[in-house]
Structures are given as C-alpha cells and as structure tokens.
Design a binder for this molecule. Structure first.
Ligand code: 4GX
Length: 225
C-alpha cells in the first residue's frame, strides 16, 4: 500500500512511523510512505502557502492553488490516484470500520492542514473524505494523519507478522479485552487472579469471556447496543 502525506511540517513524520511494526512494514515493502512538503508548491516570491480569510476572521487559511498543485503532483507519481483524505475536526469520526475500509485501498493521500484550515474549494473539489480522530482541536493534521496511518497499516496483510491478526482484537468482536498478567505471579502482595494459574483451560476461557463482558458493560455500554 502506498500512502502519501502532504504537510507543511515533513519533519513531524520522523519518529512515530520509524519504530516497531510500522518500521518493519516499511522495510518489508508492505507500506510505501511518501512525505511531501506543501511549501515546495508555493509560486510567489515569499513562498506563501496561506492567506487572510475572505470576509474576515482570525488566523490564516491555506491556499487552494498551492494545495491543488501539491496534490496533482503526488497523484501523478503513481499509476493509480489515491483516495484523498483531509484530517479535520469537521470530518466524519474515525472508527474501526473506516480504518478497515481505508486499508482495503491500494493508495491513500492524506492532507494535513495547519492554521485555521484550508480553503473550502480544496475540500469540495479535491478531497474524497474529511476525517476527524476525535472531538478536540489539535495544532495541525500531522498527528491525526499518523494515527490514521498507524491504524491502517496494522490491517495490511503481513504487517503484524504471521501470528497476530487484527481481526481478533477489540472492536472487531465488539467487546473490550480481558485484563492480562505475566510473571511474577505475586509482586508487593499484588496477586494474579488464581484461575489463570490453575491450568484449567475451560475455566480460564470462561473467566476471560466474563471479564470481557463485564468490562464492556461497565466502561463502554455503547458497544453492547
Ligand atoms: N482530527 N486538526 C486540522 C486545521 C483545520 C482547522 C479548522 C479545518 C478546520 C483534527 C482532529 C484537528 C487541527 C487538524 C486543525 N482544519 N484533525 N487543523 N481532531 O484537530 O483530525
């Protein structure tokens, strides 16, 4: 899967996507990530990417011409155009179902806005999906884009290695997970639930299922609807 990111801060993407599972997926050629600096597509002598909003108001708005030039450039870099996603608090809320839908795409282009957002004509004419990672305001779309890439990359076949499958985890089965423990069996008097040490597999599975249900009822009753 190819993922293009359009951003004014390409440096933000070194770090989180260079470790662990995402690092290995990139090394294995499962995730082909391309970061593009939007400012390279500015045309005036000051290389400006934003301007004052028509009709007044606070802050600056990213220019439609610069964004469109950057988008057209990256779309032409691969045989098929990618699905264009704009990260924004105005968007549809990101869910497990949406992550799986995006993961089924051969190519994504994620646009990161800064300032007060982008000229609405860019959203209207160039963006396929406007997506929010939650009801809070960040300083830019870079962290949301990384959240989306991380969540999507887990669903690329082979990305989690042979053993693990994203199908088995929370939200796919629509229940929260049971608590987990490892050695030592006792630490500062804090004990592991005895059933897990019993070796009685049927009882252990029954306990895990009961924990999943009780936890979901208590913490996320909305998931049981
Ligand atoms: N989930 N941000 C977008 C710029 C902006 C401002 C106003 C449109 C309108 C966010 C989120 C998020 C910060 C990304 C503001 N765009 N993105 N940016 N929550 O907070 O996705």
């Amino acid at each position: 899967m190819r993922v293009d990111i359009l951003t004014l801060f390409p440096g933000a993407f070194t770090g989180p996507l260079d470790v662990s599972i995402i690092k290995r997926a990139r090394e294995d050629g499962l995730l082909d990530l391309h970061i593009t600096d939007i400012r390279e597509f500015a045309t005036d002598k000051h290389r400006s990417v934003d301007d004052y909003p028509f009709g007044g108001g606070q802050g600056m708005v990213m220019r439609v011409d610069v964004l469109d030039a950057a988008l057209q450039h990256v779309q032409a870099e691969a045989p098929e155009p990618g699905l264009v996603i704009y990260m924004s608090p105005q968007g549809e809320r990101l869910t497990d179902a949406l992550v799986r839908e995006f993961a089924a795409n051969p190519r994504l282009v994620i646009v990161c806005g800064r300032y007060e957002g982008v000229d609405e004509r860019f959203v209207e004419h160039c963006v396929d999906r406007e997506i929010s990672i939650g009801d809070y305001i960040l300083t830019g779309g870079e962290l949301p884009a990384m959240v989306l890439v991380d969540a999507v990359a887990r669903h690329i076949p082979g990305a989690l290695g042979d053993a693990a499958s994203p199908e088995e985890e929370s939200f796919a089965g629509r229940l929260l997970e049971h608590p987990q423990y490892t050695r030592p069996a006792e630490y500062r008097g804090w004990e592991v639930p005895a059933v897990l040490l019993s070796g009685h597999h049927a009882n252990i599975e029954k306990w895990k299922a009961a924990q999943r249900l009780a936890r979901t009822r208590l913490r996320r009753p909305d998931l049981l609807e």
